[in-house]
Design a protein around this ligand. Structure first.
Ligand code: MG
Length: 442
């Protein structure tokens, strides 16, 4: 640690490389090997935004060693305009610090506003944290998974997304296409979230002034989705491991009904059957259904995961590395889950950037209780802008031995991906509504 007025261990070693002990017992090479690394300081922190409407925000931290920098994901596609100012706030406490002290930097910044769990500040901190791990790995000449304990598996299995808008046969074909591409774990959705539970525009008994468009009906959903999975099992069999994401659309007992009705399909997991506000109902699900549960990617505070894990309420713990505040808290959540026999299923998907995907991959590679990793994929232009971006090869990720996260950003190419200026400080996700106009979470 380097507090004002104290002489750090590193500086002490640098000042006295030939201690009596070293001179007496160690060879010159051993003395050199034990001298440690020279002091390092954070000199610059900034945010690079890219992709249409600045959906991707990348924190870049530079150090006093020329050419040594790290990058981390701080993406928030819904509030992209809030990220650069949030990173600027954190930067005030970072400049001049030793980037090696990741744990202390994470703790100090997370507590620095007394109130925590701001989704914006937390993802900004997640970007900072990953960038510091990237620096540490580059300095050590080691990939992140080595710093986290080393590889625990040959490759990281990934689950695919199979989606078709309207028919069971279309979903069946989508599953077959995924299987042809090598996937054994396949998430099946009938259209977007809530699909299978929508009453079409103009249909149904509607109140005056109610929503004219499609509306969500949870009874219809709980009727349709088990029938969809029964269809797939009947046509394809039990070879593929199947997943489904309810994306918090259901009230608690409807979630239980869905989980029970899906039991014959022997799901790999049912994701986010309950809304964030209904997490306590996982106790009811645990005692009443054999369908494995995965939750909950909308949590942001590491401590918020404790009841789900310590009471063994879910089978798979889900989070986005950047959104829980970076690699530092992510590895703790994963370690806590390991002790309780809960596996991981890290969140990815369309709005995530290659830097977060790389962080997930390294954590996946190094932990014992890995369950499955959600897929992500990038266009050719996106991969060119992020050299080293992870690529799924027939359902597996193969972490490279490049130091740190192993992914970089080409700022010139990244600027070209920003097809629309990051003017939007607030993007609105239209909610689904019930037929009477009630908002449907999330
Ligand atoms: Mg989800």
């Amino acid at each position: 640690m380097s507090f004002p007025g104290s002489l750090s261990r590193r500086r002490w070693l640098a000042a006295a490389p030939f201690s009596p002990l070293g001179a007496r017992f160690l060879s010159a090479q051993e003395v050199q090997a034990r001298r440690g690394l020279p002091p390092l300081r954070i000199t610059r922190v900034r945010t690079i935004q890219t992709r249409t409407n600045a959906a991707w925000s990348i924190v870049r931290i530079e150090t006093s060693e020329p050419g040594l920098y790290g990058i981390g994901s701080a993406s928030d596609m819904f509030r992209p305009g809030t990220i650069p100012p949030a990173v600027e706030v954190l930067a005030q406490g970072l400049l001049g610090r030793d980037p090696d002290e990741i744990e202390d930097i994470w703790q100090a910044n997370r507590m620095s506003s007394l109130w925590r769990n701001s989704a914006t500040m937390n993802v900004a901190l997640g970007g900072v944290d990953a960038a510091l791990w990237d620096i540490k790995g580059k300095r050590a000449g080691m990939p992140l998974y080595s710093l986290l304990g080393g590889r625990a598996r040959a490759a990281v299995p990934v689950y695919d997304h199979a989606r078709e808008e309207t028919t069971f046969e279309g979903c069946e074909e989508a599953v077959r296409r995924s299987m042809e591409r090598g996937f054994t774990h396949i998430r099946v959705q009938l259209g977007g979230y809530g699909g299978g539970g929508f009453i079409e525009p103009g249909k149904g008994e509607r109140p005056r002034g109610g929503p004219p468009g499609r509306v969500f009906d949870e009874e219809l959903y709980v009727h349709t989705i088990p029938a969809l999975f029964a269809h797939i099992r009947a046509r394809i069999g039990f070879g593929p491991k199947l997943l489904h994401d309810a994306q918090e659309h259901l009230t608690p007992l409807k979630a239980l009904q869905l989980a029970k009705a899906l039991e014959p399909a022997q799901m790999f997991f049912l994701e986010d059957a309950l809304a964030l506000e209904d997490l306590a109902w996982y106790r009811t699900l645990r005692h009443n259904t054999l369908t494995p549960q995965a939750a909950h990617e909308k949590l942001t505070g590491p401590a918020e995961y404790m009841p789900l894990i310590s009471e063994r309420l879910v089978d798979f713990i889900r989070f986005r590395v950047a959104k829980v505040g970076g690699i530092t808290p992510a590895r703790k959540i994963a370690a806590m889950a390991e002790l309780y026999g809960v596996r991981t299923a890290l969140q990815e998907g369309g709005d995530n950037d290659p830097v977060n995907f790389a962080a997930s991959m390294h954590l996946d590679a190094a932990i014992q209780n890995f369950g499955i990793q959600e897929e992500n994929h990038f266009t050719e232009e996106e991969r060119e802008a992020f050299p080293g971006a992870p690529v799924v090869e027939r359902a597996f990720l193969y972490p490279s031995n490049r130091p740190g996260l192993g992914v970089d950003i080409d700022e010139g190419r990244a600027a070209k991906l920003l097809k629309q200026a990051p003017s939007s400080r607030y993007q609105y996700v239209p909610p689904d509504r019930r037929i009477d106009g009630t908002f449907v979470r999330p």
